[in-house]
Design a protein around this ligand. Structure first.
Ligand code: SAH
Length: 395
């Protein structure tokens, strides 16, 4: 029993009965007990049936995020310790060939708003909800104890915190902030990761399996890696025997790190061309030069964070995919992604199909790709599935 509680409006309990972990403000009839931001509240249906214990977030449309479905298991430091230990223990299955992985994937691991990535001996955390923020110190203490990592760094410098009434924040929580980059091993390759200045927590861990897939498909091919960031796909293509790789990336810092990563893995500089450029313009430039590639990767940033942006995003996806299809040599492969929550897999496939049609390229889907398994998707929380990809082969 918690001192504060939420009572839902009549007939608004169904999502919670299906164990969807969010309580929307519009479903709430009454809040009793003046809970503080992030405090645990009991959630009841209108008929006073107990539903869940949730973290209260007074400023968010997502007013509650469920910790558990039982009234008996108190949400306290021990509860968090048990849940963190269980989650992290389950990740060891993915540790065999990498010392970089996502240890905690928020709602899908029963830890709403908490993201923890491990890069060798450095942990990087994001506290994205009022509940995760409330338990921040406890969580950091437990993480340090469970993993033995001496450095815990916070990268809560993300937009979504403002929806929770929280300020962006970053900095060392344990140990000193890493100086320079942290070096990781991923599937026998080395990468330098900038956890302080890099995107997200430093590296796109969600693409690990897809990088490996590109490695397997790259032999002898001329590869174009668009939106290359620090060179993950390009390096894997070279590892797989690509004839040459061209990287296109608008961030000079990311590209500089990509160059270091290629050198770190002993690839000769003459097999890689690094272009600091806008992909939309670069693809048009290649078209005008009549260049062709055997394998093209398109891994753009989130064009549609929500469904409201879907239409504009669809045009951007169509544009780059159309241009990429035009640059593909016969028998070439297009590995194309969307990480937009606002563009679902069906819509994405339609956009790519439309792009092939307009490019007058006959193509088929060889494989459908998704996020790596250390980014699990709880069955009751389909929102966690954001990354979709297609491997298309041109005839
Ligand atoms: N494929 C990468 C991740 C790509 S993230 C990996 O596996 O590590 C998207 C990248 O696109 C970011 O590095 C961002 O700087 C870059 N970017 C965003 N808009 C761009 C544009 N219009 N042209 C070129 N690069 C862009």
């Amino acid at each position: 029993m918690n001192p504060a509680l939420i009572i839902l409006k009549p007939d608004r309990e169904k999502p919670l009965l299906r164990r969807h972990p969010w309580v929307f403000s519009g479903a709430i009839a009454e809040v009793q007990g003046e809970p503080a931001s992030g405090a645990t509240v009991d959630v009841y249906a209108a008929d006073k049936t107990f539903l869940a214990q949730a973290a209260y977030s007074p400023e968010s449309q997502i007013r509650g995020r469920v910790w558990n479905w039982s009234p008996d298991e108190a949400v306290d430091a021990d509860f968090l310790a048990r849940r963190l230990a269980r989650t992290i223990a389950a990740r060891t299955a993915y540790e065999a060939d990498s010392n970089a992985l996502r240890l905690v994937n928020a709602e899908s691991d029963g830890l709403p708003g908490l993201v923890v990535d491990r890069y060798a001996d450095t942990l990087v955390c994001q506290f994205l909800s009022a509940g995760a923020e409330f338990w921040r110190e406890t969580i950091v203490e437990q993480l340090a104890e469970i993993t033995g990592c001496k450095t815990v760094y916070e990268r809560s410098d993300v937009e979504v915190r403002s929806l929770e009434g929280l300020e962006a924040r970053e900095g060392a929580l344990r140990g000193a902030a890493p100086e320079g980059t942290v070096q990781i091993v991923e599937d026998e390759m080395q990468f330098k990761v900038d956890v302080v200045e890099g995107h997200k927590t430093g590296f796109y861990l969600d693409q690990r399996r897809n990088r490996l897939r590109v490695r397997e498909l790259a032999e002898g091919r001329e590869v174009l890696d668009c939106f290359s960031y620090t060179g993950g796909f390009a390096a894997n293509a070279l590892q797989g025997g690509a004839a040459a790789v061209t990287l296109v990336e608008s961030s000079a810092d990311a590209l500089a790190l990509a160059r270091e990563n290629l050198a770190l893995n002993d690839f000769p500089a003459d097999r890689a061309e690094l272009l600091e450029a806008d992909v939309f313009g670069a693809l048009r430039g290649f078209r005008d030069q009549a260049r062709a590639f055997d394998l093209i990767i398109l891994d753009p940033p989130k064009f549609a964070p929500t469904r409201a942006h879907a239409e504009k995003a669809a045009r951007a996806y169509k544009d780059i995919n159309l241009l990429a299809f035009k640059l593909l040599a016969p028998g070439g492969l297009l590995v194309t992604f969307s990480c937009s929550a606002g563009v679902g897999p069906d819509l994405f496939q339609k956009i790519v199909a439309g792009a092939a049609l307009d490019a007058e390229v006959d193509a088929r889907i060889l494989e459908q790709l998704a996020q790596a398994p250390d980014h699990p998707i709880a069955l009751n929380f389909p929102e966690a599935a954001y990354l979709k990809g297609l491997i298309c082969e041109a005839s």
